[in-house]
Write a protein that binds this ligand. Structure first.
Ligand code: PHE
Length: 352
């Protein structure tokens, strides 16, 4: 087929029209790119036409060459314009997708708080520290000797049983109270001793509203010459009034602990109902209408305990006490469920 000027112009015109039609319907960058390859690339139709010019009569070549180049330029320009339009559309779509509604309310940031147990432990510690007590520590994994023997528990005492005490491999146990720290402190130190020990303790109890297999206590011990039951009452009454309020009354009920003699349990007057057992809503929920709440165990140190640590029980006397921190916190804050303390729920903790 021979090429003539007019057939060349027709072909070029047709390819250009075709290019414009395809361009009109191209809507993405990829579509535009393949269009560029098809019409303007090395193997493109317009390029092929340019190459075919060698078959034209020499005098027609410049005119046709210019004609092809103009057509190429027009297609190129249209392509650039379309590309710019598609880019702008894509950008607008991306912006719309990442739009931020500045009128939405912000997210509230919650600020952590000290657990009520930590607050109570610190407050109790501060009260005794101000009365001259040192703060001691001891291991939570204990031996039977420190947890029981040295504290004058008889060999067949029921609490030594695995039913009550959590045992650890290797003949150890999880301490069931903070009293072993009395022994460790006295072994380290000659009288006078005036110490407290806050810490975790463990018992084989099932978790319910008032029991937890892990809870915390504060132990206290004071040993010196001439320490009497009157000193015990004085210190514990002062503590109760500072912790629960000036008008708090105390009541001592005889009790039993292997490591103290005599022993007592201490009740404080209920601060929720002011000791009346009644609130506007009826029977006081916290003291169950009794007007009293048991908060600790105490007593004069048994001479056998002094013997175990090599103290002269003719010369020295002393008293000891122990209280549960969860119990103090439940009473002080009117909480009726021990499990709340261990769940870390912000809605609970934020109230204290
Ligand atoms: N260790 C006792 C308990 O856990 C409390 C206590 C401590 C009693 C010191 C008397 C003296 O129940």
């Amino acid at each position: 087929m021979t090429l003539t000027r007019s057939s060349a112009e027709r072909d070029i015109g047709a390819v250009e029209r075709q290019a414009f039609e395809t361009l009109a319907s191209a809507a993405s960058r990829d579509a535009l790119e393949s269009l560029r390859v098809r019409y303007l690339g090395k193997k493109a139709k317009l390029t092929a036409l340019l190459r075919a010019m060698k078959d034209l009569p020499a005098e027609d070549r410049p005119a046709i060459g210019a004609f092809v180049n103009q057509a190429k330029e027009r297609v190129e320009r249209a392509l650039e314009e379309k590309l710019a339009a598609v880019r702008a559309e894509e950008e607008a779509a991306a912006l719309a997708a990442s739009r931020v509604d500045v009128t939405l309310p912000g997210r509230r940031r919650t600020i952590g708080r000290l657990s009520p147990l930590t607050q109570v432990r610190r407050e109790v510690t501060e009260i005794f520290r101000s009365m001259g007590f040192s703060v001691e520590e001891g291991p939570e994994v204990e031996t039977e000797y420190y947890n029981f023997d040295a504290l004058n528990f008889p060999p067949d005492h029921p609490s030594r049983d695995a039913q009550d005490t959590l045992l650890v491999d290797g003949g150890y146990l999880l301490r069931t109270h903070t009293s072993p720290v009395q022994i460790r402190t006295m072994e380290r130190q000659k009288p006078p001793v005036r110490m407290i020990c806050p810490g975790w303790v463990y018992r084989a109890d099932t978790l319910d509203a008032s029991h937890s297999p892990m809870f915390s206590q504060v132990e206290g011990l004071l040993v010196d010459e001439g320490v009497s039951l009157g000193d015990l009452f004085g210190i514990l009454n002062a503590f109760a009034q500072r912790f629960f309020g000036e008008r708090t009354k105390t009541r001592y009920r005889p009790s039993f602990f292997p490591f103290t003699e005599p022993s007592a349990e201490v009740d404080v007057s209920c601060m929720i109902c002011a000791g009346t057992g009644k609130t506007e809503a009826g029977t006081c929920r916290v003291c169950k209408g009794t007007g009293w709440k048991e908060i600790l165990g105490c007593g004069m140190v048994d001479p056998n305990v002094f013997k175990a640590v090599g103290y002269d029980s003719e010369r020295y006397t002393g008293f000891a006490f122990g209280m549960g921190i969860e119990r103090l916190a439940m009473f002080k804050f009117g909480v009726d469920e021990i499990r709340h303390f261990f769940e870390g729920d912000q809605r609970f903790i934020a109230q204290f």
